[in-house]
Design a protein around this ligand. Structure first.
Ligand SMILES: [Fe+2]
Ligand SMILES: [Fe+2]
Length: 321
């Protein structure tokens, strides 16, 4: 009887599967299936785009922050989001896709960003609600990504999560101040939470039975928990926090379920989610127009940086010669 030696491709595939099963990290130099690479590029790009588009709704309030302290905090937070974008574009570049190509896909609508950033920031309290709920939901999603099977993505996530936790706290603290302030301030905080609660729950993506990429991503250990699991975890954390803020969450069906050991919550309006994804949210047009404009206006910075780098590398070559 003859044994058929596996082909080189099969051996590499087996090596990859073994590494994933053993919870080892896949690194840029390692062989990986094309579909794994493509899934990562799609996910990391969408994540990077969300970080930089996410700067817009809040940057809108920098000039109107009510005190120097609040302004300094908000500037630091918005700047962090730009940094998150940079780590993530760099992580995507290790998979062989250039930042230019990814930005081009964002600007032409071929890649998406999180639907949450298509909602407007109507009052100062929205800065608090975004920090508490949107950054809070982001942390819930991202902490498990620190153990993602792809090394550069997992490592970028460690630092991002530390910064997101500062974002969540500043939002909570801002809302706490408003909630315990004047009647008008309390009402403003409540109104912001009412508007941001449901879109925050949608950030975890469609329900598990409708999520097309979930099963494969979990098998590859890119994702560690399903959308519904993470959404439930977020609700369970947010409900007691809302109570200590002295604010309510806009869901009459929200109640503790002793049997499940979790909070039950009402149905999510997935039609709204689909509409926003399709580009029909309140601010889709505004966000992408502003992004394209910022990119065009930054062209001279990119050119100057490239010229500076070229000059230095030429000098180094000369010096070496
Ligand atoms: Fe971020
Ligand atoms: Fe953040």
């Amino acid at each position: 009887m003859t044994t058929v030696l596996p082909g080189a491709q099969d051996a590499r595939e087996a090596g990859f599967e073994q590494a994933v099963a053993a919870d080892e990290r896949i690194e840029p130099r390692d062989w990986m299936p094309d579909a794994y690479r493509a899934t990562l590029v799609r996910q990391i790009a969408q994540h990077a785009h969300s970080e930089i588009i996410g700067m817009q709704p809040e940057a809108n309030w920098i000039t109107r922050a009510p005190s120097l302290r609040r302004k300094a905090i908000l500037i630091a937070k918005v700047q962090d989001e730009a940094g998150h974008g940079l780590y993530l574009y760099s992580a995507a570049e290790t998979l062989g896709t250039s930042r230019e190509e990814l930005l081009d896909k964002l600007h032409s609508g071929r890649q998406k960003y999180s639907s949450i950033f298509n909602y407007p920031t109507l009052t100062w309290a929205d800065v608090g609600a975004i920090g508490w709920l949107v950054d809070g939901a982001a942390i819930t999603n991202q902490v498990p990504l620190c153990r993602c099977s792809y090394g550069p993505y997992a490592r970028a996530m460690v630092r991002i999560c530390k910064e997101e936790s500062f974002h969540q706290r500043q939002g909570y603290e801002l809302l706490h101040a408003l909630s315990n302030g004047t009647e008008a301030q309390h009402a403003m905080a409540q109104d912001a939470v009412n508007r941001w609660w449901w879109p925050s729950l949608m950030m975890f993506g469609p329900p598990d039975d409708q999520s097309s990429h979930s099963a494969q991503s979990m098998a590859w250990k890119i994702k560690r928990h399903s959308n519904d699991e993470l959404r439930q975890r977020f609700v369970d954390i947010a409900v007691p926090q809302a109570e200590s803020l002295g604010l309510t969450l806009p869901d009459p069906q929200l109640r503790w379920n002793e049997e499940r050991g979790h909070y039950d919550f009402g149905p999510i309006d997935w039609t709204e989610f689909q509409q926003v994804l399709k580009g029909n949210g309140p601010c889709n047009e505004q966000r992408i127009t502003q992004r394209r404009r910022a990119h065009q206006e930054g062209a001279w910075v990119r050119e100057a940086a490239a010229a500076h780098a070229a000059k230095h590398s030429a000098r180094n070559t000369e010096a070496a010669a």
